[in-house]
Design a protein around this ligand. Structure first.
Ligand SMILES: [Ca+2]
Length: 327
């Protein structure tokens, strides 16, 4: 509007003062009569100064507007919530916690132990049988699923499907993609990040190997408080860390996105699994995913539930979280 008014003012003034444009003698008009002490030339100079002044103001306004837009874009209200802010390069936070300085990923120390792995409630699939004792050593596990913000910091792009927030979990990532993420992370950090093994994942999901049906609860009526699944997700992923954590303080182990683990899949592996630190079959066609997703029913978001996909599979219900050996 200001530009339009200014343009019209210019036209009006140039119409009244043709000397501004062609140097011809300026006819006397009512305007001169209202300002008899000024010569036409003096008045024209004054109007020219006025125009220059207004144009200068306009340019300042434009600069201000650009700065203002930039400031607004950088204001806290339009940035990702606090957890996605650049984090101080602090490695250890409190005992049992760990923070990666490059990505801001937070890890919790999972104290190792032995537990009953598999279909401990008798309602699982055949590949969850037999229930068998497994022992794992101490390890660190991501407190949250890997977020889109963290992915972008390492990989530089964001192929995820649900981009409502940088704190939504990364999805549309294959097992191979997750390996590349970890490889780059290790290259820059000098650490040894990795996917958790299937046995580690289930031990952590069960709040440290408890007889726990879902991560953090045995009560299906409480599941809405603990997990994003088909009953409450709105058919999309949700920002990580909003639901109740399990007994170890880990979020979204049940639901939100399925999580790749390091193991190859074998439906009969539990019949032959070693007791100590099993790492899965030595080879296979499929990789294992755990925990269910926003798209799946309560039965799929159980701590013991297993599915499989080829390592190149991508979908908008598939993500991952990162583990780290404790030594
Ligand atoms: Ca999950």
């Amino acid at each position: 509007m200001k530009r339009a008014s200014l343009f019209l003012s210019c036209l009006l003034i140039l119409n009244i003062f043709p000397s501004l444009s062609n140097g011809k003698e300026v006819p006397k008009t009512a305007v001169w009569d209202l300002a008899p002490r000024k010569t036409p030339e003096g008045h024209a100079q004054e109007q020219t100064s006025f125009l220059v002044s207004e144009i200068t103001k306009l340019k300042k306004y434009e600069v201000y507007s650009q700065e203002n837009v930039r400031t607004l874009a950088e204001s806290p209200a339009t940035q990702a919530p606090a957890k996605a802010q650049p984090l101080a390069p602090v490695a250890r936070t409190t005992p049992g916690e760990y923070r990666d300085s490059a990505t801001g990923m937070e890890f919790l120390l999972v104290k190792g132990g032995c537990y009953q792995m598999g279909d401990t409630f008798g309602d699982g699939g055949d590949d969850e049988k037999p229930v068998h004792e497994v022992c794992v050593k101490d390890f660190y596990l991501g407190k949250y699923e890997v977020t889109q913000e963290q992915w972008k910091r390492v990989m530089g792009g964001n192929p995820s499907d649900f981009k409502e927030s940088d704190e939504n979990p990364m999805e549309m990532v294959s097992w191979d993609d997750a390996q590349e993420f970890v490889r780059r992370l290790n290259q820059t950090s000098g650490r040894n990040y990795r996917l958790p093994t299937e046995a580690e994942w289930e031990y952590a999901a069960r709040s440290g190997g408890r007889k726990e049906k879902w991560a953090g609860t045995n009560n299906e009526s409480e599941l809405r408080e603990n997990a994003w699944f088909s009953g409450n997700s709105g058919w999309k992923t949700q920002r990580v860390g909003q639901k109740r954590p399990n007994g170890l303080g880990l979020y979204d182990m049940s639901g939100n996105v399925w999580e790749w683990v390091s193991d190859w899949y074998d439906k009969d592996y539990y019949r032959n699994s070693p007791k100590n630190e099993p790492t899965g079959p030595s080879s296979g066609q499929f990789k294992v995913l755990r925990g269910g997703s926003w798209h799946h029913r309560p039965g799929h978001v159980r701590a013991a539930s297993r599915i499989r996909f080829v390592p190149s599979k991508r979908d908008n219900f598939i993500g991952f979280r990162v583990g780290l050996s404790s030594r």
